[in-house]
Design a binder for this molecule. Structure first.
Ligand code: ADP
Length: 373
């Protein structure tokens, strides 16, 4: 059947008929074309099926009238495409069908410009994304539940290992200490990875909730530095804490802030070499307390410096030997900003090293509290 039909088309067909057979009727993904005024001039069968609009109804209407999507108006991809002179491919969008049903689609938009840069036409092709959006939501939910389930046993293991290492269950021989320290260190890595991952999911969904209580930053830093000394010692790196006479009590989500600081400390040790020194300092600056984690490690190149706080960014050089996810700094910045603070870095290559800073307000600002993030 198919072979016969294509033979007939091949022999007698006009350009219009070919267009109709391939684009309007045959193309299995939605397509419409607009003129320079955004009026629909072509609307294929798959677009009819997806949107509920008939071709005859759609032709001549403004595209935003038919294709009611979250990307219409100021976010119109065709306008962006014309402005940026590039096509947008596979963007996720939600449209309203003619019957008011929300449909997730993946949309590709390209504006066609004349020699003077004016839009003469626009092409939009799209496919139903409902199934993949559902699968994506299920996948995220599964990962989140799974990671939550890992969090508690890992925390318990860490707590018990710390007690063993402190000698709470009796004296340890050298070998026992060595093995336990290795287990403790690996567990710490796992713990960090889990927390960074969960924080990332919450931050990206705009759902990071802070549970603020009055906290002693001194105490938090003291405990963290003690914990990280195990990692540092193993790499032959010294880790020291320099505290001022006193620091004010801050209203923090202690657990989140510990995570944010752990990422700085973990990196400082990870990216330092044997014999290097890592210093943790704090000072007050007007209405803020500033924490600095300074290392003498590999440093960060100028090109990488403005990107290291981005999700999944791993700076090029020196990373081949060091494992990581590229989530730590992004998660730290998210947590610090949720506290109304700021996170930044100064760094130089060539043995100078890096200083990572976070500035935390002494008083709770109104806004983050209200929004809970
Ligand atoms: P990762 O898991 O890769 O360490 P991060 O988000 O913690 O992810 O850091 C992002 C990148 O920033 C790292 O891959 C590394 O290249 C760079 N970086 C972070 N901290 C330091 C540091 N103290 N010294 C040198 N480079 C660093």
């Amino acid at each position: 059947m198919r072979r016969q039909r294509s033979k007939r088309l091949k022999n007698n067909i006009s350009k219009e008929q070919l267009f109709d057979a391939i684009i309007t009727t045959g193309l299995p993904i939605g397509l419409f074309i607009v003129d320079g005024g955004m009026n629909i001039i072509e609307f294929n069968r798959a677009a009819e099926e997806l949107t509920g609009w008939k071709r005859e109804e759609a032709l001549g209407r403004q595209c935003s009238e038919v294709f009611r999507s979250n990307l219409c108006g100021a976010n119109c991809l065709l306008k962006k495409s014309a402005f940026m002179k590039k096509a947008f491919i596979g963007e996720k969008a939600v449209i309203l069908s003619k019957w008011g049903e929300e449909i997730v689609i993946f949309l590709t938009s390209s504006a066609i410009l004349d020699e003077d840069g004016r839009v003469i036409a626009g092409i939009e092709i799209f496919k139903d994304g409902t199934e993949s959006a559902k699968l994506e939501a299920q996948r995220k939910n599964f990962i989140s539940v799974f990671t939550h389930d890992l969090k508690h046993p890992v925390a318990i293991i860490g707590g018990l290992l710390a007690r063993l290492l402190k000698g709470k269950a009796g004296d340890l021989g050298d070998k026992q200490r060595e093995y336990l320290e290795t287990v403790y260190k690996e567990n710490l890595k796992l713990n960090n990875a889990i927390h960074n991952f969960l924080d990332t999911m919450q931050l990206q969904a705009g759902k990071l909730r802070l549970n603020r209580t009055p906290c002693s930053l001194e105490r938090i830093l003291f405990d963290l530095v003690r914990e990280f000394k195990i990692l540092a010692r193993e790499k032959g790196i010294s880790l020291d804490l320099e505290l001022p006479e006193s620091l004010p009590i801050l209203f923090l989500d202690q657990h989140q802030l510990e995570q944010a600081l752990s990422n700085y400390l973990d990196n400082a040790i990870k990216y330092s070499r044997q014999g290097d020194r890592v210093m943790v300092r704090t000072h007050e600056e007007h209405d803020f307390v500033v924490v600095e984690v300074q290392d003498q490690g590999a440093g960060i190149s100028r090109e990488d410096l403005s990107h290291v706080f981005e999700y999944f960014y791993r700076a090029g050089r020196g990373n081949d030997r060091v494992t990581g996810t590229g989530l730590g700094l992004a998660s730290t910045r998210g947590i610090v900003e949720a506290h109304g603070g700021k996170a930044w870095v100064r760094s130089e290559e060539g043995g100078v090293g890096s200083s990572f800073f976070m500035r935390i307000p002494k008083e709770i600002a109104e806004e983050p509290e209200k929004g809970g993030n």
